[in-house]
Every structure is written in C-alpha cells, then in structure tokens.
Ligand binder design. Structure first.
Ligand code: NAD
Ligand code: GLY
Length: 373
C-alpha cells in the first residue's frame, strides 16, 4: 500500500511529497521522475559503506539509465562524519563529477547521511535538487522531514547548517528489517517525543508499538501519523522563528534535545546514539517540569515508564555533572542570551521556558538526579 504525506513549507515556496511505500526502493526511478520530470541528467547518491552494501546496488540498478548516469559517494559511518572535512570532500566529489544545477543528490541512509548530504546539496552551486531516502526509523519519522540539514563543529552539534527542503522523501519501511535493535530504540525515542508533543492519540499509538514492532501495514500507518505531526509543525514555522514561543512553534520539536545535545557533546559523540540521548533528554525535561510544578506526578510516572520500556539506554552514571551543565549553557538554542527550555504542562501541552526563569540551581539539581537514576 502507498501512503503519501504532502508537506508545504514557507507558504507556497516549496511543497513536496513524502511517500511511504513498502518495497518503494525498487521503484525509486518512478518517484524521482515524478518529482523532477526530465531532470536530473545525473544523480549523485550519497550514502555510507554499511547502508550502501545492503541497499546500494539495488538502488543504483533501479536508477541507472543511459540518459541518467549515477555516481556514488560513500562517507564513513557515525556522527563524527557530519563534519566540515567530510562536507568538503563531498562537495569536491560533486564538482569532480561535474554535477550541475539540473542534477540531483539522493541521500540513502540515516540522519547522519541525510543531514550531511542535504547540507552539501544546499551549498553546492548555491543549491541543487535533493531527495531523501531514509533507512533508519529516526530518519523516516524525523530527520528526513522538514529541511534541517547540517554538520557538527567543535563548538556544538548541528551548529553549521541550513534550512533546505528536499524535493521529495521516499520511505520504504522494509529497509528497517536490517536495522539493529539499538537503532530501533533510537527511532522510538524520537517517536515518543512526537507523541508527547502531539497529544494522547499519537502518544498512545506510539506507546502501543513499543516492544512489538512489526513492519506491516499498521506500521506504515504509524509512520504516516508521525510524519503528519512533524509536517504540520514544520509547515507552520519552517525556519524556526526565534521570536515564537507558542505551543505550535517549531522550537517545541527540540523537546528533550537541550540535555541530549549536552550529553552527546560531553561524551564526544561516541558513547550515546542521538536517539538514546533524546530518551534521557525526555526524562530530564519531564523531571524539570515536575520540579517547576507544572506537570502532574501521574504524567511524570507514565512518561518515565514509557521511556524506560523503549529499550535499554546507556547509563549516565560516570558523566561529570558540572561538564554537562556547562555544555548545556552553550547550546545553540540560546536566544537573547538565555537558553530556551521546552518543558511540559501535560501530554500535548509543550511550553517554552527561558532559562532565566528557571535559574541554574534547579537545572543543576535535575542534572544530578537524572544522572544518578
Ligand atoms: P545514523 O545515520 O548514524 O544511522 C544509525 C546507524 O544505522 C548507522 O550505523 C547506519 O550505518 C546504520 N543504518 C542505517 N540504515 C540502516 C539499515 N536500514 N540497516 C542497517 N543499518 C542501517 O543515525 P540516525 O539515528 O539515523 O540519525 C542521527 C542523526 O540525525 C544525528 O546526527 C542527529 O543530529 C540527526 N537528526 C537530524 C534531524 C533533522 O531534523 N535534520 C532530526 C533528528 C536527528
Ligand atoms: N528535529 C527538530 C526539527 O526538525 O525541528
């Protein structure tokens, strides 16, 4: 069955289709030509060695024709490859292969490949067409949708980037069959985040999947519901307007991420996977909301329980609490000199709080508690 979610951003500037189609990877050519018509004249697939070794040959075979040659660039596997140096070699590859403005980049892989390839497509020749084929659960429901692209710098995660919408997103859930359990846990952490932000309907749908993930028709419906939620938020605030702090501003999607990014940074992006860090970040935001007296104890217990059921999250016990605090304060979500926290009034009720209203002491106390749990 094919399911399609349309996403419209920046009021008419760009509209694209997110197609959820089991087995769709083997029909990628139809998807690409539906979107780009006569173009592209050439396709550059950007992937990593691991994903390409499983799905690359099939995709290249499906896309290659005499009118449309395909070239492939493989980056290393892992967060550290979302870097300036890999961006440079990727852009060099596009130039060496004479990729022109009528050609297209396809990202085949998880969020690391998608973020890097999307950013490369946004800066190369001031922007060329870009299609996402996400192959992790996290990338399917989150990173491939909404046009945030970028790389990390020594100063922080995703610090360098651009809002650059893809021309289309092709999701084939059958590719998740080869995804390690740990990566499914990561995707479910982001899915629970969406559920919490959206309301009980999506939250319960997501909760019921935990511990019983099967890539069937129902799963495709779950993907569509997740993506619809993200698409709705992104459509209303495509560039994450810094002046907005309402319940439906794009900033709410950073729920759990302030603490998550600090954890990733202090562990040098090696110990925790991004989704796992988000799992811890959700618990942190929930505890902080409880301390502020804005979230009921029953919801706190429910959410803590759900996050712990998703899968084992690496222990934080050995982390230096002061280092985590300092890293938090350098987060890029600082506006007018103060960090913006996304906290919770209830399920479906996010609230944005400037750090200046919370104070350091409460945050330090929460870091201590969450790390000691
Ligand atoms: P990832 O891209 O590192 O992929 C996880 C692992 O799974 C990798 O080892 C990868 O090689 C492997 N893999 C991918 N697909 C596979 C498949 N089908 N079968 C077997 N192995 C497969 O990690 P991720 O969780 O997909 O993405 C995390 C990144 O996404 C982070 O850099 C994060 O900052 C970014 N992100 C971006 C956004 C956004 O809006 N742009 C949103 C959320 C996260
Ligand atoms: N993952 C957060 C966003 O897309 O805004």
């Amino acid at each position: 069955m094919r399911r399609s979610v349309q996403i419209q951003t920046a009021r008419g500037l760009s509209k694209y289709e997110i197609l959820i189609s089991n087995g769709g990877l083997l029909r990628a050519r139809e998807f690409v030509s539906d979107i780009l018509g006569d173009h592209p004249k050439k396709i550059a697939i950007i992937s990593n060695k691991k994903v390409f070794s499983i799905y690359g040959e099939d995709l290249v075979q499906e896309l290659t024709s005499s009118q449309c040659p395909v070239v492939v660039y493989l980056i290393g596997d892992g967060e550290r490859f979302k870097s300036f140096s890999v961006l440079e070699t990727t852009v060099d590859f596009l130039a060496e292969n004479k990729i022109s403005r009528t050609d297209c980049v396809i990202a085949l892989g998880g969020g690391v490949v998608g973020d890097l390839a999307g950013f490369a497509a946004s800066v190369y020749l001031r922007g060329i067409s870009f299609i996402q084929i996400p192959t992790t659960l996290l990338a399917m429901i989150d990173s491939s949708v909404g046009g945030k692209t970028g790389i990390n710098s020594g100063h922080g995660k995703n610090l360098i980037g651009a809002f650059y919408q893809p021309r289309g997103v092709l999701i084939d859930a059958s590719t998740l069959a080869t995804l390690p359990d740990r990566e499914i846990t990561c995707g479910l952490c982001e899915a629970v985040k969406h559920g919490i932000l959206s309301g009980y309907r999506l939250f319960n749908k997501t909760k019921s999947l935990i511990g019983d993930v099967k890539f069937d028709n129902e799963f495709d419906a779950f993907l569509a519901a997740q993506i619809k939620f993200k698409a709705k938020i992104v459509s209303g605030d495509p560039n994450e307007d810094p002046s907005r702090s309402d319940q439906r501003s794009r900033k709410i999607l950073n729920f759990g991420h302030t603490f998550a990014h600090a954890l990733e940074k202090v562990t040098d992006y090696k110990y925790l996977k991004h989704g796992e860090a988000v799992g811890h970040g959700i618990v942190f935001a929930v505890e902080l909301s409880k301390k502020l007296g804005i979230l009921d104890e029953s919801v706190v217990n429910l959410l803590r329980g759900v996050v712990h059921r998703i899968g084992p999250l690496p222990s934080l016990e050995k982390l230096d609490r002061q280092q985590v605090f300092e890293s938090l304060k350098r987060d890029k979500k600082v506006i007018d000199g103060t960090l913006q926290w996304v906290l919770l009034n209830g399920i479906g009720k996010p609230v944005i709080f400037p750090h200046s209203k919370l104070g350091d002491a409460l945050v330090k106390e929460t870091i201590h508690e969450v790390i000691s749990q």
